[in-house]
Design a protein. Structure first.
Lengths: 308, 442
């Protein structure tokens, strides 16, 4: 009885020892050197594997960072400048600093302003809708509303608004990985710089049709009237193919264009609310006197509460 | 036993409502929207400017490359604008808008050419005319004919196949053309045989067009070079590869052309256009269009100038009937639903089909029950259910290995699917992505 226990214990122990020796020898023989820095850099990265940097995942981006001499054109949009600084300190290389960005939806064509003229019964994905035809509305540039961008977002930063039929971007959760920008077949989503208060002014339309046609298909379409172009003090506005675009590099967020836009297709976000009522009264009363008077309330500082 | 292709195929209700309606000539509309991309390949380049006066048949857009085609003015009139107009794809495409000159008599005279059987031109001249006069395949794919006929020296070529199958339900444009222009078509076939220097031609006609078969059999009785073959009625027999297999029992290689097995296939409509171009210098500015639908009382076939808005055609047959749900450019199987009736008739428009509510709606997609019907009916021997799944999941490389690109988009799989799965939609999507991947690789 005791013999059989002893033998089996001895057998297992010797098997274990032999296996350990074999494994040790094999691991020595086939040892592959990997730069320990790769693992350390990988630790610093966010670990979301979102592919926003262009590499398939964080690990391969870490390899790229370690193995590339000049990493000034590599950037992790999710980690942003903070992470890149840490990486730079670890590797002793120079990194470029980039302004943080956030995804914005350049279409306001909700169900009430952009009526459906046809009905599509095929599979509900934007990719197929865009390939087969131009969408259920008359606008062939705007959001198709099937939510491919929402499906592709790995950070739960987007959802479909049932009432408007448009996706909504939760800016706090957006890491600007760019997955939605790539997925959208209409290129509606754009990455725009995000300042501290997340103030943004941009044209919420991509319709390149002539004014009348654009307006017919969507009430809030950009009609290419060039009013924003004329009023912009910084020449940030360009109009190509009947469509205005505000270049964030030049825009100073003065919001003059927002007020002159006749179709309200220029969107401003996160600005404190204006004293709307007062402005309207002024406009009505002094409309015929001077154009300058109409302009005045626009540049007026908005946080002046004592005045009211 | 009649000939047919062995693999797959379906037999949807034929609904050839207009097969006894003589082709009428549609009145010339006031405004013509002529798209510059009416063919597969590079769009033509516009050579007219706004306010230019154009004559009938004048070149208004020149071929933009080898796989491209000239476009001619369908009317005499004035170019009013160069604008983007919605076409059957649903997207706005570049068009030349021409206002018809109502005073110009050439717009309204109904020119009936006499039958001209003598072929005086040489092979080279014939091909040049086909190129110059903008002839493209009128079966629906609109592939420029001169490219198809540009056979490299040394290629073994022994047979010309004339496609008079018209396997799409509802459409009768080719059928009527065969009945009314049979002699001209035979001259057209002889022209092509001369151009290609071959001695054998087969006209393939499905057995539901017995009158056309009899007519051609009678007309070719004394002509040993041209045969007429009756085919079993089966969709998609009008596909090149299916037709070659049915008539000659030759299998076209999977990424090849009928030319690889020594055959060239042309549609009867194309043959008639070639006849007119070669014998009378007439460019391709009009075609036969079937306007049909179960509720259309005056459904008929029309000679329509390229660029005519579809609304004119619908008005001619008495407007849209009540309860119209869908207007399809083409036949019910391969046609495309259009967004509005401003869409112009192009070289590829073989029919306008108006579908009512009860027939238009697609069922809610349900789970695949693995019945294998789609595999059974696929004329290309593919597995549509697998290709759909691969496209849906984004596995395009595998889809490419499963020969997704050989799909001819006949829609038989979607037609038979008992679970109403959108097979063809996903396969088309997969094809578009695979094509992109392939071009980016090269």
């Amino acid at each position: 009885m005791t013999d059989s226990v002893l033998y089996s214990v001895l057998l297992l122990v010797s098997l274990g020892v032999i296996a350990a020796v074999v494994l040790y020898l094999v691991s020595k023989k086939f040892y592959v050197y990997e730069n320990p820095l790769i693992g350390e850099v990988d630790e610093l990265l966010p670990g979301a594997n979102c592919a926003g940097c262009g590499s398939p995942g964080c690990r391969s981006f870490a390899e790229k960072l370690v193995n590339t001499e000049d990493i000034s054109n590599l950037f992790c949009p999710v980690g942003g400048n903070d992470v890149m600084k840490l990486v730079a300190a670890k590797l002793g290389k120079e990194v470029a600093e980039k302004d943080p960005t956030v995804a914005v939806l350049r279409c306001q064509g909700s169900c009430d302003v952009r009526p459906k003229t046809t009905e599509f019964q095929g599979p509900r994905t934007c990719a197929i809708s865009a390939m087969i035809y131009s969408g259920e509305t008359d606008c062939q540039y705007g959001c198709l509303g099937d939510g491919d961008c929402v499906k592709v977002c790995k950070f739960d930063a987007m959802y479909m608004d049932e009432t408007t039929g448009l996706p909504v971007i939760i800016t706090d959760k957006c890491t600007s990985c760019g997955a939605c920008v790539e997925e959208c077949p209409r290129d509606i989503i754009e990455m725009r710089p995000r300042n501290k208060k997340d103030l943004k002014v941009f044209v919420g339309c991509l319709n390149e049709d002539k004014g009348g046609i654009a307006k017919k298909s969507c009430a809030v379409a950009c009609i290419g009237c060039s009013k924003c172009l004329d009023i912009c003090p910084k020449e940030a506005v360009t109009i190509v193919n009947n469509l205005a675009y505000i270049d964030p590099a030049y825009c100073t967020l003065c919001r003059k264009c927002v007020d002159v836009c006749p179709t309200h297709s220029i969107i401003e976000t996160n600005f404190p609310p204006k004293k709307v009522k007062k402005v309207e009264e002024k406009v009505v009363v002094e409309k015929k006197e001077k154009v300058a008077v109409v302009k005045e309330p626009i540049v007026e500082p908005v946080n002046d509460k004592t005045d009211a | 036993m009649l000939k047919t292709f062995p693999k797959g195929g379906i037999h949807p209700p034929e609904n050839k409502l207009t097969s006894s309606k003589i082709i009428k000539r549609l009145a010339v509309p006031k405004m013509m929207n002529v798209p510059i991309a009416q063919h597969i390949g590079i769009p033509a380049e516009i050579v007219v400017a706004v306010k230019d006066k154009v004559k009938i048949g004048q070149v208004i857009a020149k071929s933009g490359g080898f796989v491209s085609s000239n476009i001619h003015s369908p009317v005499a009139g004035t170019v009013t604008k160069l604008d983007k107009i919605i076409d059957s794809s649903g997207y706005k495409k570049q068009c030349i808008v021409i206002r018809t000159d109502v005073k110009d008599e050439s717009n309204f005279e109904e020119k009936e050419y006499p039958l001209l059987q003598e072929i005086t031109l040489s092979s080279k001249e014939i091909l040049q005319r086909i190129n110059d006069f903008g002839i493209v395949g009128l079966g629906g794919a609109t592939f420029p004919s001169h490219v198809k006929l540009n056979v490299k020296e040394g290629t073994k070529l022994d047979c010309l196949i004339i496609n008079g199958v018209e396997c799409e339900p509802y459409l009768t444009a080719d059928h009527r053309l065969m009945l009314e222009k049979s002699e001209e078509i035979i001259v057209g076939i002889e022209i092509l045989m001369k151009a290609l220097n071959i001695n054998k031609a087969i006209i393939g006609i499905e057995n539901n067009k017995k009158d056309a078969i009899d007519l051609f059999k009678k007309a070719t009785k004394n002509n040993s070079k041209i045969q007429v073959a009756a085919l079993q009625v089966k969709y998609p027999q009008g596909g090149e590869k299916q037709l070659v297999r049915a008539l000659l029992n030759r299998e076209v290689p999977k990424n090849g052309l009928p030319l690889d097995v020594g055959v060239i296939v042309h549609n009867v409509g194309t043959i008639f256009a070639i006849y007119e171009a070669v014998q009378f210098n007439k460019p391709l500015i009009e075609r036969v269009v079937t306007v049909t639908g179960k509720k259309m009382e005056n459904a008929s076939n029309f000679w329509v100038k390229i660029g005519t808005p579809i609304s004119d055609l619908i008005a001619e047959v008495g407007g849209l009937p009540e309860g119209t749900r869908k207007i399809v450019n083409g036949g019910p199987m391969m046609g495309k639903a259009i967004k509005n009736t401003d869409v112009p008739v192009t070289k590829g428009t073989s029919g306008i089909l108006v579908i009512a509510e009860d027939e238009a709606s697609r069922g809610e997609p349900k789970n695949c029950i693995r019945c294998g019907e789609c595999v059974y009916v696929c004329p290309m021997g593919l597995e549509p259910h697998l290709l759909m799944n691969l496209s849906e999941k984004g596995l395009f490389e595998r889809a490419s290995n499963e020969d997704i690109m050989t799909c001819i988009e006949c829609g038989s799989c979607s037609y038979v699917c008992p679970s109403d799965r959108p097979l063809l939609d996903y396969i088309r999507f997969g094809k578009s992505i695979v094509k992109k991947l392939q071009t980016s690789k090269n």
